[in-house]
Design a protein. Structure first.
Length: 206
């Protein structure tokens, strides 16, 4: 069984092991009773954080997630209706994953003014490629550029990347079996991501 505390603890431990500074926040929605978590992490001291790259990790955990993590597909029946032998929920291994939102920002610290538009586009697409290759569970990856007005000219200030990652919270053979399933899909997903991004770059750059 996977819990809200397991997910938050795993993230904070991973950040600590890589010497990142973390700023976690915890909330409880008083109406839905959902538990929310968000943490911003960065390298270096907090005093210089605004000049450094950051990553924000956030997700929401509700009663349904607890039920699914505990009982798998049967938890859907328990949550929404009385269990029935012919219910399709009892004849599937697919359950909704936990959706995690990742938000990255790379501060250019004034270097954006010297980067050409073509080079900047290539940099953004390369960022998307590397992010997709290193996060095979991401079902959405969106790069972007934050602009600022400087001396009557727009210039790039921050490169951004938004990712939506789906984390499984149940497996019929136990959570340890997730590693084998994940490994078997990683190589195929990486090839697909690289091909799609190469096509996108070719379409945008003459």
């Amino acid at each position: 069984m996977l819990t809200y505390e397991d997910v938050t603890g795993c993230f904070l431990k991973a950040a600590n092991n890589t010497a990142l500074m973390t700023h976690p926040e915890y909330w409880i929605n008083s109406r839905s009773l959902e538990r929310e978590f968000a943490a911003t992490c960065h390298a270096g001291s907090c005093e210089e954080a605004e000049h450094r790259s950051t990553c924000t990790f956030s997700f929401t955990w509700g009663a349904l997630d607890t039920s699914l993590s505990l009982d798998g597909p049967a938890g859907v029946c328990d949550f929404f209706h009385e269990p029935e032998d012919d219910c399709p929920h009892l004849h599937t291994r697919d359950i909704p994953p936990l959706v995690v939102d990742l938000s990255y920002s790379l501060v250019l610290n004034g270097a954006g003014a010297s980067i050409s538009e073509t080079a900047l586009l290539s940099l953004v697409q390369l960022l998307k490629l590397h992010a997709s290759e290193n996060s095979s569970r991401a079902n959405e990856t969106r790069p972007g550029i934050s602009m600022t007005l400087h001396e009557n000219r727009l210039q790039p200030e921050v490169l951004t990347l938004q990712q939506r990652v789906e984390l499984p919270i149940w497996h019929p053979d136990g959570m340890r079996s997730l590693h084998d399933d994940h490994h078997s899909h990683t190589e195929r997903g990486t090839r697909h991501s690289r091909r799609a991004i190469d096509e996108e770059i070719s379409a945008r750059i003459p």
